[in-house]
Design a protein. Structure first.
Length: 85
């Protein structure tokens, strides 16, 4: 992750104020889009895939599967998928 330009604290920052883009309910997995600070004034979008467990009707725990900065051609914008090649 450090080679991508972000670390665990920045993943948690992005999750904290992030939005769920896609739910994969049959896999108990979701894709979250959030942002983290590259510097004091600059933010970067981050996609985080998490597995979650829910026995109480609410999410009880999560496991971070992967995180990446969304880029073309797979993502036209951080919120809209692009063309897959």
């Amino acid at each position: 992750m450090l080679s991508e330009g972000f670390c665990e604290d920045e993943i948690l920052e992005a999750i904290e104020d992030g939005n769920v883009l896609e739910m994969y309910e049959e896999e108990f997995r979701c894709l979250i889009e959030g942002q983290f600070h590259l510097s004091e004034n600059i933010k970067e979008h981050l996609h985080i895939v998490v597995d979650y467990w829910s026995e109480s009707g609410q999410i009880d725990s999560v496991d971070i599967v992967t995180a990446y900065i969304p880029h073309r051609p797979f993502w036209e914008t951080p919120y809209k998928r692009g063309l897959k090649q």
